[in-house]
Write a new protein. Sequence first.
Length: 137
Amino acid sequence: MNDAAAIRTFLYAGDAIFTIKSAKTGTHYTYNVEKSKPNPKFPNPIFFVGVLTGPDNTRDYTFMATLTDRGDVRAGKNVRSTQPSLQAFVWFMRQLWEGPRLPASVEFYHVGRCGRCKRQLTEPESITIGIGPECRR
């Protein structure tokens, strides 16, 4: 998957788990992006970004940053701006908003589950874009 618009749709669906990998170094990070609950004080949703830090790839995510619906990333209070997983995520988000495709230097993988409801994806188009047919509607 390298289409920036499709990746943004997946990422902002509400409960997305994905991995980005450097094609140059092989370094990879797995993230979970969850949409905040509706809040009348904040008309635009906020997304919470966690990075996988333990062996359980369904639960061992540590809060790292918040993300706006316009791609702005803000590090968590106790997160250093030099943290490699944060730097990789900030760079990745910049790429998603700058061009129609990801550069060849980065690979994007979703986990095969809908980015909104987490159901297993089986339909080819759904697998390609990371969101099932019901959630696309």
